[in-house]
Ligand binder design. Sequence first.
Ligand SMILES: [Fe+2]
Length: 314
Amino acid sequence: MAKKPGRSCPRHYRYSPAVFARAADLEARSLYIVGGLYGNPYALEAVFSMARRENAVLVFNGDFNWFDVEPAEFESINETVLQHAVLRGNVETELAGEDAGAGCGCAYPEWVGDAEVERSNEILGRLRGTARGFPDLRARLGGLPMHLVAEVGGLRVGIVHGDAESLAGWQFSQETMRDRPERVGALLAGSGVDVFACTHTCLPVMQEFTTTRGTALVVNNGAAGMPNFRDTHFGLATRIASTASTHALYGTRIGAAVVEAVPVRYDHEAWMARFDRVWPAGSPAALSYRERIASGPGYEVEQAVRTGALSRAA
Ligand SMILES: [Fe+2]
């Protein structure tokens, strides 16, 4: 039976974990991986100022579009992000295409309710309407890769939007890594990378695994453009570098590198005001996201950190 739009994982979203066994696409001493910007221009500014301070390489691993349905905003976010290393998320993939059957392409699991999936499909519909006014940008989004391999301090880092097998996979969600860690360990072992950096599932997690190759890590930044923890007003990005940051919320050392979750401290008031103007009360984005943007999800830092050598900033 065909799945409903927004529930399925289209076939062209898939790849083999073996694709990561290749020469690195980029090398950096300091790398920021920014997933789930969701069209927040203030978070984009905050990320740039962090990266500039240490001359870091930026990688945007998808879903940099979502709330940016105003044409000028859409154009500005995309023109800016596309100057960097960038992957397409399900949002960019569905924006570039006209596949109404995939909906938002999120491949939402059963624990996400039908009403929320329906609202995501509506948001995607509006965003696609905006994107039609920018055929060149649309074509560029459709041509972006689904994965990258980076090397930082001798670590091999697989950068994806979803998981090791799919652009919109949920196997690197905090829920699946809690419930089926053996499955995730097998994916890590089959891919030959030390760290997977991902996003897509909206909640952050950093979890260590022991595989036949040694210690490996999955780091999911949650969202750069929305709060990720209860009663907070900042997004998160993943930082991988040879030296630790004084700004990290939590992190761990693996080999000769550190992997950290760093707060993206954007202008909360300005973002709230802009969101409310574009997505007023009763709109699908307001119903699904306003509460989270205003005061964070019901999720704590302690739930996200699943590493042995925990170093957490006071
Ligand atoms: Fe996504």
